[in-house]
Design a protein around this ligand. Structure first.
Ligand SMILES: Cc1cc2nc3c(=O)[nH]c(=O)nc-3n(C[C@H](O)[C@H](O)[C@H](O)COP(=O)(O)OP(=O)(O)OC[C@H]3O[C@@H](n4cnc5c(N)ncnc54)[C@H](O)[C@@H]3O)c2cc1C
Length: 385
């Protein structure tokens, strides 16, 4: 694998974005700590972030994007996640939606023409709706139905845990369309076709929206089918390939914030007549945190680099997802420990980071599911389904 140093252009882009994040996004994230960011406010933030390329960075210039490499986009994304995983998660979903719209086949160009520019400008929000109350790890079991009625689908069902759900202007819904229960993706427009949403209150990451979505006789034109009818399972795997390394990056951001806070605290806090950084067990903790962060970041970037080269990387993406998200739980917990009693208080960020870290191993396939997929790819024997 070729590990390159960032180019001057990439460094400049990252530095400019970092300055903007420190000035504009960090204070907003602090203000909304643990409280839902209202949609209008989130839109102001996503529009400001869009000026720096996210979420349209990797969309080709032909479709109005910046045509940057996935690695360059990931460098920008890391900066955002190190400042706010709430806002990072929201932008990550919009990133996935922008790329999905950009890559639609010519027969679905009308969807791209209608929605892509607003999505890239941070004006609208997308959501991907797979999970349901009784359907989590086993996505093949989806119950939501889309009955054909002439030139329309009538969608009925409930989706849950949907990132951006309460903000979503458009949602790509996985539903049963075929006579034999085949699964398809359908783009639903909240204003034009109608759906309801309700936010879910969680242990952390309540700044962004995780929501239930309700579809009740929602009438959507057949022309809103995304990709080919009946191919949703295959296409979901393609979405996961990209999404999982991105979820890994959410955790890289958390680890970076935890490490930076810990280094500052270990230099400042004195016990036994010297900074706690001078105690060897504390020094070892910092070294381990830094090493786990670095390893996680490298694994994510390996997957992004393979994507840039057009090499399928489901296994590498799954590896980066479980490794980064599980180690973020450890690193952020160690950051609390290193802060002693102060680490448990709201005056310091590390208690929030530790709560946020616990959330991330669950979405886009749990740690257990990633390991089952990696093992199946290596042995050819599925330990599930
Ligand atoms: C913050 C957040 C954001 C999310 N965003 C979205 C979104 O945008 N869109 C969307 O569709 N969904 C989303 N989800 C849902 C997420 O994908 C599911 O929560 C996840 O797939 C797990 O499903 P579940 O919660 O139903 O757990 P279950 O599938 O019920 O699993 C419960 C436990 O059993 C384990 N388990 C299950 N099957 C096996 C097996 N075969 N072998 C070993 N262990 C197993 C799991 O690993 C887990 O530990 C989100 C979830 C969260 C928490």
């Amino acid at each position: 694998m070729n590990i390159q140093q960032p180019s001057e252009e990439q460094q400049l882009a990252v530095e400019g974005f970092r300055k903007f994040l420190d000035a504009e996004i960090r204070p907003a994230a602090r203000r909304h700590r643990d409280h839902p960011i209202p949609k209008d406010r989130m839109r102001e933030l996503t529009q400001a972030i869009a000026e720096f390329g996210l979420p349209g960075a990797t969309v080709s210039a032909e479709h109005g994007g910046m045509g940057l490499s996935i690695v360059t986009e990931a460098m920008l994304f890391e900066e955002l996640c190190a400042v706010s995983v709430d806002i990072g998660l929201c932008v990550m979903i919009n990133k996935g939606m922008a790329l999905t719209l950009a890559e639609l086949p010519p027969s679905q160009a009308h969807l791209r023409d209608r929605y892509l520019a607003d999505m890239m400008a941070g004006r609208t929000f997308g959501a991907f709706c797979i999970s349901e109350p009784d359907v989590g790890s086993n996505v093949a079991d989806i119950k939501t139905s889309a009955r054909r009625d002439g030139e329309h689908f009538i969608i009925n069902g409930e989706k849950t845990w949907i990132s951006n759900g309460h903000y979503a202007d458009i949602a790509i819904v996985t539903a049963r369309t075929g006579p034999n229960g085949e699964l398809s993706h359908i783009l639903v427009d909240r204003e034009a076709h109608g759906f309801e949403s309700r936010n879910i209150d969680k242990i952390a990451l309540n700044g962004q929206s995780t929501a239930q979505l309700f579809f009740s006789d929602t009438r959507v034109p057949y022309a809103n089918i995304v990709w080919e009818e009946g191919q949703a399972l295959k296409n979901t795997m393609k979405l996961f390939e990209k999404a999982r390394a991105n979820v890994g990056m959410l955790s890289v951001g958390l680890m970076r914030a935890a490490l930076e806070a810990s280094i500052a605290y270990a230099k400042e806090r004195r016990q036994f007549g010297k900074p706690i950084a001078a105690h060897q067990l504390v020094a070892a903790k910092i070294a381990e945190m830094a090493t786990l962060l670095d390893a996680s970041r490298l694994m994510c970037f390996r997957a992004f680099s393979m994507m840039d080269q057009g090499i399928r990387c489901d296994v590498q993406s799954s590896m980066s997802k479980w490794f980064a998200t599980e180690n973020a739980v450890k690193v952020c917990r160690d950051a609390v420990q290193l802060h002693g009693g102060n680490g448990l208080t709201k005056e310091f960020d590390v208690e929030r980071l530790a709560r946020e870290a616990i959330v991330i191993p669950i979405p886009d396939g749990t740690t257990e599911i990633q390991k089952l997929m990696i093992s199946r790819a290596l042995t050819g024997i599925g330990a599930f389904i």
